[in-house]
Design a protein around this ligand. Sequence first.
Ligand code: GUN
Length: 287
Amino acid sequence: MTARILEGKDFSARIKDEARAAVAQLKADGITPGLTVIIVGDNPASQVYVRNKHKTCEELGIRSDVIALPEDSTKDQLLDTIDRLNADPAVNGILVQLPLPSAIKSHEQEILERIDPLKDVDGFHPFNVGKLVTGAPTLVPCTPAGCVKMLDLAGIDIDGKRAVIIGRSNIVGKPMLHLLMARHATVTVCHSHTKPLGEVTREADILVAAMGRAKFVTADMVKPGATVIDVGINRIAPKKLVGDVDFDSVKEIAGAITPVPGGVGLLTVSMLMQNVVTATRLQLGRH
Ligand code: GUN
C-alpha cells in the first residue's frame, strides 16, 4: 500500500484562511499588521522566497515592505536598518532573509540579535529560543511550526509517539525537538555522527528529515506505516528540486509522506503570516 501524500497546498490554504480571518479582526480594530523583509545581495533562491512572502502578505491584507540592500552592504548598515524598523510602530514583523552574503555572514548572530524579540517573526532571537525551550508561548520558527501544524491538521497524533529528527540546525532540527517534546513525543535528534543511523530512524513513528542531503532517507531506514516529513530542498539539476527523502521508494513503506516540492515548504510562508499576526498581538499586549 502506498502512503498518504500530505500535500502542502491543502494545509497551507487552511493556515492562510486562519491568518486572513485574524488580519480582518485586527483591521476591524483599526490595526493593519505589517511585515518588513530585508534582503541583502542577489541570491536567486532568496529572491524567489522573498517574492513569495510579499505576495502572500498582499493576498491576506498584511502590509508588506521589502528592503533590498546591495551585496556589499556592511554589518553596520544592516544594523542601522534594523534599528530603524525596531523603532517604527507600523512595522510589526522584521525578517532578515538568510543566507547573508559571505562578507557579513560571520556577523549573522549579532544581526539577528539586533531585532526586537517582539518583532522577530522568524523566532531566531535567543530570547524567543529560550522561551521555546522553557515552553512559554512565543514566536516560533516557521518551518518546524508548520510541520507540527500540518500533523495536527492531518489528524496525525503526536502524544506518546516516537519521533526522530535527522539534522540539528538552529532553524529546523533544534526547534523541532522542542515543539515535538512539548507535545509529549519521545524525541531523538540524529546528525552526521549518529551510528548506526538507520537503526535509530527505523524506530520513528514520525520521521523528520532536515539535514540537507538529496534523497538520503531510503525505504530501509523507515518503519512501515511511519509518517515521514521531508524538510529538505536540494537542487540536483537547474530545474530539479528533491528532498532529503527518496520519495519514490519511501512512499511504498510509509503511512504518510510529504512531497518535495509541494510539501512543508508551502507551509513555511503561511506560518510566517501567522507569526506576523502573533507579533502584532504581542505588541498590543494581547496573547
Ligand atoms: N532562508 C531560508 N529559510 C529561511 C527562513 O526561514 N528565514 C529566513 N530569515 N531566511 C531563510
